[in-house]
Design a protein around this ligand. Structure first.
Ligand code: AKG
Ligand code: FE2
Length: 373
């Protein structure tokens, strides 16, 4: 459900005139608010209340988001007043048919022991470079792979996605696809998994990225885009060569049975060099294994080969760092993570050594000039 589709999209000016003036309203009186309308644009700067402790009809993060659309004079009233108002709106606009109810409530909160395999939890808990390296392989520079998810959790997530898609179809809703390149798949943040995925990024992916990707903001990952991609019959077939809009990407295969679908990697590039040639040592193909994660820089050029039989669903978490993005704007020297920039730097160094050598040889041929003090 997108908030846009269920609220009255009137002009903002109609939301303001409620007879209370523009001051802060602290009196809890439903009748004061019943004529109020949601704002057209979300107030992203507003820090919403936390609704996690309540047993609500919808996922608590929905109320947090909806709160950012409340008229300005309602933002400071008590939580229960805001909640009543939002409940009223949802009741008014949503039919029973519109309501998506979680099929497996237990996956909406983070439960490490049921989500992850023990070796993964142990390495993260110890949180040392040594413990992480003991479970993570680097089959090609910058591509890290590890066993991560329990098969039961993969099953639950797959069936949750299936139930969500069924509801979308029945309710004839249009949903955003994960990115411009996929026709299928779903954004997990949109159906309530945002909080759980935040937890996954903050407490599991950031500690790993801190060790392996510090130069691209791995230490300061602070937002994510979480989605599933689906390949096979009646789904996507393959994914073209691209870079992700992320600093660090987690890609975990959820299953099920399939052939093909390998990831192909072709070296890390900055914006300027994104279309330059691939060096032979940058060519790497990876075959997905259900439950196993792959972690790579978003700027690591890659794509997915055709899934030739069966069905393949993968969980993707594009992790971003606002600090890194801001700092890139002011950085003038070459990024040390771009393969092509490194080649150019090496070439400049080679040329400079060559020129120095030539100069020395030339001087050797010249008569020595003594310096008399
Ligand atoms: O299909 C895959 O495993 C790759 C997906 C991917 O690279 C992406 O969605 O950005
Ligand atoms: Fe990608």
């Amino acid at each position: 459900m997108s908030v846009d589709s269920s609220v009255d999209r009137r002009d903002e000016s109609q939301t303001a005139g409620n007879g209370n003036g523009n001051g802060v309203v602290t009196v809890c009186n439903r009748s004061i608010y019943s004529s109020q309308r949601l704002r057209l644009n979300r107030n992203e700067a507003h820090q919403s209340e936390n609704y996690d402790d309540l047993d609500l009809d919808f996922n608590s993060s929905l109320y947090g988001k909806l709160e950012q659309y409340l008229p300005p004079n309602m933002l400071t009233v008590a939580r229960d007043v805001k909640l009543e108002f939002m409940k009223e709106i949802l009741d008014r606009y949503l039919t029973e048919h519109d309501r998506i109810r979680p099929l497996h409530k237990q996956i909406y909160d983070m439960h490490p022991t049921t989500f992850f395999v023990p070796s993964f939890i142990k390495a993260i808990t110890e949180n040392t470079e040594e413990s992480l390296r003991s479970i993570i392989s680097e089959p090609s520079p910058g591509v890290y792979t590890f066993e991560m998810l329990q098969p039961d959790f993969c099953e639950l997530l797959l069936s949750e996605v299936e139930s969500f898609e069924k509801w979308v179809q029945e309710a004839k809703f249009k949903i955003m696809r994960p990115n411009t390149m996929n026709k299928y798949g779903a954004v997990l943040d949109d159906f309530g998994l945002e909080t759980m995925l935040d937890h996954l990024m903050n407490n599991f992916i950031r500690p790993i990225s801190k060790v392996f990707f510090p130069e691209v903001g791995g230490t300061s990952l602070d937002s994510h885009h979480g989605f599933v991609v689906e390949y096979g019959k009646d789904r996507d077939y393959e994914l073209g060569f691209h870079v992700d809009d992320s600093e660090v990407t987690l890609n975990v295969c959820l299953g099920k049975q399939f052939s093909g679908g390998e990831l192909f990697f072709r070296g890390v590039r900055c914006d300027k060099h994104v279309n330059t040639d691939t060096q032979p040592e940058e060519v790497f193909d990876y075959s997905h294994v259900p439950g196993h994660g792959v972690l790579h820089r978003g700027r690591h050029r890659h794509g997915a080969r055709p899934t030739t039989s069966g069905h393949r669903t993968n969980l993707l978490l594009w992790c971003r760092s606002s600090v890194f993005r801001e700092s890139r704007k002011y950085q003038r020297d070459f990024p040390n993570w771009c393969g092509e920039c490194l080649l150019e730097k090496k070439e400049r160094q080679r040329q400079s050594v060559e020129a120095t050598k030539k100069e020395l040889l030339k001087r050797e041929g010249e008569p020595m000039v003594s310096v008399i003090p």
